[in-house]
Write a protein that binds this ligand. Structure first.
Ligand code: NAG
Ligand code: NAG
Ligand code: NAG
Length: 220
């Protein structure tokens, strides 16, 4: 077969067109963060991406019922997260007023109010997203309180990998990186600077391809 003939064959042209079409779709979608692998296994809260660029995206979360621990006062992000998650775990494995077993969802969301000076502790709250089946009427518990989240629907999000550790509360963390990348954009100064949230999508035994996110909630 003659190469030139092949180049201009209708099939070849069609596949070239198709290829560049698929590529442009890929490039468009590639801008916002892809769905974490675990959102194919667990139910995740839904949102729309309203703006995205390389360093962050702005999401509009659908308002939904979550369960919240009481405030956990701690110096350590990890200790507080483990403490809060234990309550979530016992709740979903049946330690609730109705003795119901409920599916795990993702992410585990941790809100952090960092200390105002270096001698004080942080105030943390661990949140569990209630699956659709129980959204309207989650089983009652003394340890976890239902609430509607997010109160402010828009959030700025930065994704990162690996294991989240206690340095997330300190300076030079992913939180600061997100705040820095919002500087000079229309989103500067729009978010609540006295707290941030960390979304953890993987269980501790999942070592590779871990997905975490920092979320800064907008104040109306
Ligand atoms: C966010 O979603 C809600 C509900 O769909 C909608 O009313 C609101 O206008 C959206 N906000 C933005 C900024 O897209
Ligand atoms: C803690 O997390 C940060 C940010 O993800 C990372 O750069 C650092 O290496 C981690 N530290 C340890 C001791 O794992
Ligand atoms: C900002 O976050 C803090 C800590 O979570 C909260 O107490 C305060 O009400 C929030 N401010 C606004 C304006 O939403």
């Amino acid at each position: 077969m003659n190469i030139d003939e092949n180049m201009f064959s209708p099939n070849r042209m069609l596949s070239t067109i198709f290829l560049s079409f698929s590529l442009s779709i890929l490039l468009c979608e590639g801008i916002s963060y892809p769905k974490p692998h675990n959102c194919g296994i667990y139910e995740c809260p839904s949102y729309e991406v309203v703006y995205s660029q390389k360093e962050f995206e702005i999401r509009n979360y659908t308002s939904a019922t979550w369960l919240s621990t009481k405030d956990i006062v701690s110096k350590s992000f990890n200790d507080a997260t483990v403490q809060g998650f234990r309550k979530v775990f016992s709740y979903i494995t049946g330690k609730n007023k109705e003795g119901k077993r409920i599916k795990m969802t993702a992410p585990v969301l941790v809100n952090v109010v960092p200390p105002t000076d270096s001698n004080s502790d942080s105030k943390l709250v661990v949140y569990y997203y209630v699956p659709q089946e129980f959204q309207k009427k989650p089983p009652v518990s003394d340890e976890l309180l239902p609430l509607n989240l997010p109160t402010n629907k828009l959030v700025a999000v930065r994704r990162f990998g690996g294991f989240v550790n206690d340095s997330i509360i300190g300076p030079n963390s992913e939180v600061n990186t997100l705040r820095n990348s919002l500087e000079g954009t229309t989103y500067q100064g729009k978010y609540n600077s006295s707290s941030f949230s960390v979304a953890i999508y993987n269980a501790p035994f999942e070592i590779i391809n871990r997905v975490n996110e920092i979320l800064l909630s907008f104040v109306d």
